[in-house]
Each structure stands twice: as C-alpha cells, then as structure tokens.
Write a protein of this length. Structure first.
Length: 399
C-alpha cells in the first residue's frame, strides 16, 4: 500500500469532535458518526469493532502505525480514513473548506436553521399550546421587584420543561424589552473564548433576529477575535432552546447570543486571537448603557452531570442523588451570594466535583446584571431509570 502517496492530513490523521451513537442492522452492532456542525448531511455508519481504532486517530500516529496497532486491513482502513475526511471528521483542508462553505451559507441566509427547538412542536401554534400547558402547571412566584435576568436550563424540553416554565413564567406578563442577551455554553465548538453570533435564529415560532446595534458595537471593539469561531453556534443547543420561550413572551425581540467559556479552564494561548469573558462583559455593559432602552438577560445553565454516561464508575443511586443535591444547593447558595469571583473560586476549590457545565455564563450574568437580590425558584434532577445519567438544573430570578 503506497502510504506515502497520501496527503499529509490523511497520512497522519487527526479526528475532529464527533457525535456517535450505537445502532443495529441485520443483527450487526454498528456505530453511527456525525460531524456536530453538520458540514455535510451524511451520517457515517461503521462496524462497532472498527470504532476501537479511533483512539489512535489522534494526529500522533501515521496510518502505517495505526494499521500495525489495530491489525486492520490496509485497504479498508484507507477507505475509512477517506470517508472520515469526506464528511469533515478529520482536521485538514477538506474540513476547512466545508467549514468555510457552511459559514458563507449561514451568513448569506442570515439565520441558523431550526435544530433542537424543533422538538417543542411542528409549528408555532403547537409550540404556543405546549408552553401554555406547561405554564398552567407552574405557580406564580409573585416577585415584587422586576425580574432583570433568569437562570434556566438547556436540557431537552422533555426533561427540563419545569425549570424552563418556572423561569419564563416570571416574564409572561412583562412588557417587551428592546433586546434580550442570552449567554450559553460552548459544548461542542472549537472556541475557548467568547463566541458571538452575528446572525439570527429560526425556530418553529419564526425568526429571532440578532440585535444589529449591539453586535456591530462588539465586533467593532473586538474584531474577529469574538467571531472567529462563529460556526460553534451551528452545533450548539444552549442558545436555541431558549428562543421559543422568548418569542412566546415577547415576539420577535432582537437577541444578543454569546457562548461563554469555562473559567476553570485556561485559554490554550492568550494571544489576542480570542475574547476573554471579563473584557466582553465590561464592553457589553458599556454598549448597553450607551444604547439605553430595556435589556433582559438569560443564563442558559445546566448544573451537575453525573453517572456512567459522564465517566463515573457506578449507576446513580439514591445516595448519589442526595449527595448531588447537597452539593448543588451549596454551589447555588454561593451564586445567590451575588459575588461572581467567590462563586468561581468555590467551584475551583471543589474542582467542579459534579461537572457543572455553565459556570462561565452564570458568573458573567452576575457581572452584567448587578442584581439587588437573587431568588431560587425551582430545582430538579433528571435521571433515567437505570441511573446511567443524572443532570440537574434550576430556575432562578435575578431581581
């Protein structure tokens, strides 16, 4: 096999992030693979046994070395590498071209298409009825002071709806603001700084535009460092899942959507090629002050992620649920103290023991809003019957 004829990115292949799930066909165990940015519409299906070789496709080993380690058939492995490359799952010129084409298409269309929000309902009427049904099961917290911001989950609606509903019910009779700022979590993207969306989003309830004035001011200040990883929004659900609720409450209000990095993880390199959270928050506060009008804020935040799905050795039992809730309530209490630095330090001290995924945007929302008080509305744990995974979430109001 003439391995030397392979392009460099195939001769020493490196996998990009991917989504994988098991499946069966004709009694055979298979694994389906998909590129999270949906650079192509193709889903690659491979035998389950082949998936074991993926640990070696890390950019550190040549094709020859991987074949030797895995005892793979050379022709079949080269075919696999080419297929991975064709759907954008390998770092190199193919994935770069596919990314550039995807970015150009999104900017030309001016919106991200319906993705995770489509699970709420087939059309606007169905979505509105579903939200109304969930609102009917929520008690009014009856806050005396205006709610300036909410913390609400980005869990799928089936598991997270009680906390979505209890958070957004506080705005169900609020006048339409001039804009809504949504801070999300970058689960699948490449950016390790703040990532701003410069375009709007489409949901079953219609088009949700970007706030052009705020976006223009932020890009004037930070340039490409805040938009270089713009495509990260294409794979992300933590912004989109909130949009139907915003649209239900306020209609087509403009949004400022930004993904906030984890403050417990240092930037790969502080080289000015990315925007840090602190400088983003400070500039956004200045921009909003200068523009005036009313701004509401959302921290899109799930809390603990425990169980075997998240790398723990044993299923989640009642004792684990109890321990997780105790830890969650301790950390929520730190957040309610309204000191972003102390909140981050508490998470650092316990090394984020239960894998909260949204520490960054929760801390940032405190800095942006400067609330006079914070109220916990509800807390929930979503756990499957076998205890494979538990994800906790809450709803909070910043007054």
């Amino acid at each position: 096999m003439p391995f030397s004829d392979l392009p460099e990115h195939l001769y020493m292949p490196a996998l990009r992030q991917f989504q994988a799930w098991p499946m069966q066909k004709d009694g055979k165990q298979l694994v389906a693979l998909r590129e999270p940015f949906m650079l192509t519409k193709e889903t690659l299906v491979i035998p389950a046994g082949v998936f074991a070789a993926f640990q070696f496709i890390d950019g550190e080993s040549t094709v020859e070395e991987i074949i030797e380690k895995t005892k793979a058939n050379p022709e079949h492995f080269i075919e696999l590498i080419n297929k991975l490359d064709g759907v954008g799952l390998l770092w190199g010129p193919t994935s770069k071209r596919l990314e550039e084409e995807a970015v150009a298409k999104l900017k030309d269309e001016g919106t991200f298409p319906i993705r995770s929000s489509g699970s709420l309902g087939e059309n606007a009427d169905a979505c509105q009825k579903q939200i109304e049904a969930w609102f009917s099961e929520i008690e009014d917290p009856e806050f005396e002071n205006p709610v300036k911001a909410v913390v609400a989950p980005h869990l799928d609606y089936a598991r997270g709806w009680p906390n979505y509903a209890s958070a957004y019910y506080t705005w169900s009779k609020t006048d339409k603001p001039d804009r809504v700022v949504i801070l999300g979590t970058n689960h699948f993207g490449n950016g390790d700084g703040v990532v701003l969306s410069t375009i709007g989003f489409t949901t079953p309830l219609g088009f949700c535009p970007a706030d052009e004035n705020v976006v223009a001011a932020l890009t004037d200040k930070f340039g490409t460092s805040i938009t270089a990883d713009f495509l990260d929004h294409a794979a992300e659900h933590s912004i989109e899942l909130h949009l139907p609720w915003i649209q239900y409450c306020f209609g087509d209000v403009p949004v400022v959507a930004a993904l906030i990095p984890n403050p417990l993880i240092e930037m790969i390199e502080d080289d000015g090629e990315r925007t840090g959270t602190e400088e983003f928050v400070n500039e956004l506060k200045t921009i909003l002050h200068d523009l005036g009008g009313t701004t509401l804020f959302i921290s899109s935040a799930d809390l603990s992620h425990v169980g075997q799905q998240f790398g723990e050795p044993r299923p989640v039992d009642d004792q684990r649920k109890f321990d997780v809730e105790r830890h969650d309530r301790e950390m929520m209490a730190k957040f309610i103290e309204n000191d972003s630095s102390e909140f981050i330090e508490a998470m650092k001290w316990n090394n984020n023991a239960t894998q909260w995924c949204s520490i960054g945007n929760m801390a940032a929302i405190l800095q942006l809003v400067d609330p006079t008080e914070i109220e916990l509305i509800d807390y929930r744990q979503a756990c499957d019957q076998k205890g494979i995974a538990l994800v906790s979430s809450c709803s909070m109001a910043l007054l």
